[in-house]
Design a protein around this ligand. Structure first.
Ligand code: SAH
Length: 393
């Protein structure tokens, strides 16, 4: 199937021939009349070879290629891609009686650029990051509920903050199929409320699941500070791991309420946990040196390359505070989820912070995003989560 055509400048097809899914605006020679934002388009090289079909968008990334052939991008296309995504999650053993929360679609990582889908029990939360995916939302929802091997009953569409604001699409967060049933989901046997209606992203950060499990193994008998706790994920893993005490801190009062509710859901009446609505830097400045397991999982300090320098300073300052205060023999889990910050840059920021503290520090683990947030090998930009586990003498 050929859609309206976009022709590239000579030689600009090279990265696409290596299956990188983005066409940058500077690579385009000519756009056929009548193409509008969000339309399906066919991309051709200067010499007239068909390269692939994808969604057109106004901006520096002009086309996100969905398929490097001339097949139609219709409901059967989405059923096929979603089935492949689901088969992979099954192979990862993420669909179990004690685990019903996972990412089903991770954009380019699942060959569906512009689309994110998280599953919480029988509800799917769908996020469009491109106008094309916004227009496809109903066929995506239908495809989701038709999949074999998973019973998706409710599809909640949540793209008010993820679509380009200039596209003027006015997306309304709402159910496309079904309605609210329960919002309690399960991760590795721990329960949590997911607030997809008002919470950040799709309501829960499924990307820290494996790192939380690792933390659980280090928690026995420790005094834990979970900084930037959001819904408290790391806190209840630490409690299950036998922590002596867990303090959760977030600047958002809403997050502190969610954390308190989630701890109560798993460990009712457990006095080991306390939560504080406080700014991270203020808390770290004023706290005593009582913690021997600290988690730093801040929001992305650099959403774009332009913010890189300040972001690196931010990571350095934050980690320096933790190195200054953590007890001897302490363990620090420190993360960056900024896509614009590379693994090497993050490590350098943490290294600088370590040097400032003059303490003996060793790297125990180098962490990344979990397997349900796969990286398309042709699209290295898909790597975003970085973490280090450090032992501080
Ligand atoms: N660790 C969490 C995810 C963290 S998201 C998890 O496992 O789910 C980042 C969190 O940092 C958000 O909840 C946000 O409210 C909080 N935050 C942002 N700026 C902050 C600041 N200056 N001090 C404390 N918390 C902050």
């Amino acid at each position: 199937m050929t859609y309206k055509r976009i022709y590239l400048k000579r030689g600009k097809e090279e990265s696409l021939q290596r299956f990188h899914p983005w066409v940058f605006s500077g690579a385009i020679h000519r756009i056929e009349d009548g193409i509008e934002e969000g339309d399906l388009v066919s991309v051709f090289s200067a010499s007239g070879d068909h390269i692939g079909n994808g969604h057109y968008q106004i901006g520096s990334i002009s086309v996100r290629i969905l398929d490097f052939s001339d097949r139609a991008i219709d409901e059967s296309f989405f059923v096929e891609r979603l089935t492949q995504a689901l088969n992979m999650r099954r192979a990862l053993n993420l669909m179990r009686p004690d685990n019903n929360a996972f990412r089903l679609v991770h954009g380019e990582g699942d060959f569906l650029p512009g689309l994110v889908i998280d599953i919480y029990g029988d509800t799917a939360v769908v996020q469009a990051h491109s106008p094309g995916m916004h227009f496809a939302r109903t066929i995506i929802a239908n495809a989701l509920t038709s999949l074999d091997g998973i019973a998706v009953k409710n599809v909640y569409y949540k793209s008010e903050t993820t679509l380009p604001y200039k596209a003027n699409l006015d997306p309304q967060n709402d159910y496309i199929i079904g309605s609210f049933t329960t919002n309690v989901a399960m991760e590795n046997g721990l329960k949590f409320h997911v607030d997809w209606l008002k919470g950040q992203k799709t309501g829960f950060f499924v990307d820290q699941r494996e790192n939380r499990s690792l933390l659980e193994h280090y928690s026995q008998g420790r005094t834990v500070l979970n900084m930037f706790c959001y819904t408290g994920g790391f806190s209840f893993y630490a409690m299950r791991g036998g922590a002596k005490l867990v303090h959760s801190v977030d600047s958002s009062a809403k997050a502190i309420q969610l954390t308190t509710d989630n701890v109560e859901l798993n460990f009712p009446g457990d006095s080991r946990h306390k939560a504080f609505a406080e700014d991270a830097f203020k808390y770290l400045d004023e706290m005593k040196s009582d913690y021997d397991l600290i988690i730093l999982d801040p929001p992305a300090f650099a959403k774009h390359k332009s913010a890189l320098k300040n972001a690196l300073i931010g990571y350095r300052k934050l980690n320096a505070k933790a190195f200054e205060k953590i007890k001897p023999g302490g363990i620090l889990f420190t993360f960056s989820c900024s896509q614009a910050v590379s693994k090497e840059q993050f490590r350098l920021a943490v290294f600088s912070a370590a040097a400032m503290s003059r303490r003996k520090i060793r790297i125990l683990h180098q962490l990344t995003q979990p397997s349900d947030h796969p990286i398309n090998i042709y699209h290295p930009e898909g790597e975003y989560l970085k973490g280090l586990v450090l032992y501080v003498e």
